[in-house]
Design a protein around this ligand. Structure first.
Ligand code: XMP
Length: 508
């Protein structure tokens, strides 16, 4: 396995993602971990990520130079390479030519790192510091017009450094270069597959849980469903799930989750139908953050009441996934992007001894693969991200039963047509939102005065920024025709052509 030491670069998680895509297991940890921690991880190779610091300035992140004499291959990327040179006796300086963006490099194809890569190709550079003199024992194996040391190697010790970012798609042969490092230089093979991971995950869950009891909050989302399927496989009926149905899920979603979990996976699901309660608490509320707060609080209250009936449990399971761990500042060196709200508050209200997070090491698409490997249906596994407060934040203004019905129907039509058009997996998130606006229309010979519905579809990698999807006009036309024809009280359909920023993905 590979240990990736994180120096705070913007692509840190992407490096980990790419290594896993090569079928090699890796974990990302802060550069601050001690030599003992590194040794106890027992890595077969190390990768250093990039980072924003300047290696020769005071207080710049550094590591124990002993890492380079552990006898295992090391790949330093950007800051990682500069640090390696700095620590091993090379010299870095402010770059004479700063390079940002696509840059042509000439590489030495005799180096194992560049095996099978053309002599000239496009690479992604992003640096203001460069290696002036390589450390003793190292030679340059790539250069650009402005950078003499775009990559270096010490072949006999299997130490490599690259100034460019192989993990970024703009580096033409980035994947090939990572494969060369992982397979050719380190000797890994493609062994991190979902099938093999399932066995490991089941064993770990069984070892940890023993003959004790686990409680899981099923949300209707993908992660908690996969966690439930995994835990059920691991410990059978010692898993209990509480599914708080707040009535804000999409069409048939609650029933589908319950059917699969109970019917196919024989999970002990306690569904609490709290639709009326949530509707009454939300009556008259129009302010988005109030809606979120009410839903969050009621959710905990209902969950708590149900959990009391079960009594003390040993473990509370959560569907936390790897990006949550890293973004919450626990995995690597990145700043806290958001504190995770899908599970916020729950732990305090339940009587349990320990938390178990069986998906903690998986990326979202790995969670999906795991779900499929465990036998969950594609329809459930391939659902898009759905916010915890559900349809409540897709209805502008007051939430009523009637508006929920309207929105559910329109949203289902949109999703159905997106799937028929083959775009359901290319768009990253798409949904309908009910505006609080009525307008005049004409249907048959009748004047109508009804709601306008908005369609939203976005392309995004990380949901921090997003661009609106360029959906085909024919598709929009068909969806619009069907919604107005099939959903009472909608006489107008709008398509949202705003990106994030300045808009957000959700309407509230
Ligand atoms: P925004 O609207 O912030 O959405 O651009 C970014 C992503 O986050 C989801 N989202 C939420 N998820 N609780 C959640 O669990 C929330 O309150 C919430 N608000 C937004 C949204 O669906 C999108 O994927």
């Amino acid at each position: 396995k590979v240990l990736i030491l994180d120096f705070g670069g913007q692509y840190n998680l992407l490096v980990a993602r790419r290594v896993r895509e090569c079928g090699v297991y890796c974990e990302l940890k802060s550069f601050r971990i001690s030599m003992d921690e590194v040794r106890s991880f027992q890595p077969d190779a190390l990768i250093f990520t990039g980072g924003p610091a300047t290696v020769f300035e005071e207080g710049a992140p550094t590591v124990d130079a002993g890492l380079f004499s552990m006898g295992i291959p090391v790949l330093g990327i950007c800051y990682g390479m500069q640090l390696m040179m700095h620590l091993l006796g090379g010299q870095c300086r402010k770059a004479i030519t700063r390079e940002y963006g696509k840059t042509e490099l000439t590489v030495n194809t005799a180096s194992p790192l560049f095996a099978g890569v053309p002599e000239k190709a496009v690479y992604w550079m992003s640096h203001g510091v460069e290696v002036e003199t390589a450390a003793p024992g190292f030679t340059a194996i790539a250069h650009s017009d402005g950078c003499r040391h775009a990559a270096v190697e010490c072949r006999e010790k299997k130490l490599y450094g690259v100034q460019f970012h192989p993990e970024v798609v703009h580096t033409e042969y980035g994947t090939k270069i990572l494969e060369n490092f992982l397979y050719g230089i380190c000797g890994f093979s493609r062994e991190w597959t979902m099938e093999s991971y399932v066995e490991t995950a089941l064993r770990e869950c069984r070892e940890k849980i023993g003959d004790k009891r686990v409680l899981l909050a099923l949300s209707g989302g993908v992660d908690s469903a996969v966690a439930a399927a995994l835990l059920q496989r691991a410990v059978g009926d010692r898993l209990t799930c509480i599914f708080v149905d707040h009535g804000l899920l999409r069409l048939n979603e609650g029933d589908e989750v319950e059917r699969v979990m109970k019917g196919e996976f024989h999970v002990d699901v306690r569904r609490v139908n709290a639709q009326d309660l949530f509707l009454s608490k939300l009556a008259g509320v129009t302010e988005p953050e109030r809606k979120r707060k009410i839903i969050g609080e009621e959710f905990i209250r209902v969950f708590e009441a149900e959990a009391k009936k079960i009594g003390k449990v040993d473990f509370l399971a959560q569907g936390t996934i790897y990006p949550d761990v890293v973004e919450s500042g626990l995995g690597g060196e990145s700043t806290v992007v958001k504190s995770h709200h899908n599970v916020g508050g729950l732990p305090d209200c339940v009587d349990f001894e320990e938390i178990i997070e069986p998906l903690r090491r998986l990326f979202k698409d790995e969670v999906r693969q795991l779900g499929l490997t465990l036998g969950l249906p594609e329809s459930l596994v391939w659902r898009q991200p759905f916010p915890g407060p559900g349809l409540a934040i897709r209805i502008i203004g007051e939430i009523t039963r009637e508006k929920l019905d309207i929105l559910r129907k329109a949203d289902a039509i949109f999703r159905e047509e997106m799937a028929l058009a083959g775009l359901d997996r290319t768009a990253n998130q798409y949904f309908a939102a009910l505006t609080n606006m009525r307008s005049v229309g004409i249907m048959g010979d009748e004047r109508t005065y009804d709601y306008a519905i908005a369609l939203r579809s976005v392309q995004t990698q990380d949901f921090m920024t997003a661009t609106w999807s360029r959906l085909p006009y024919e598709l929009l036309d068909k969806v619009s025709g069907r919604i107005v024809g099939e959903v009472p009280h909608i006489n107008r359909v709008l398509y949202d052509v705003t990106s994030k920023p300045p808009a957000t993905v959700e309407w509230e």
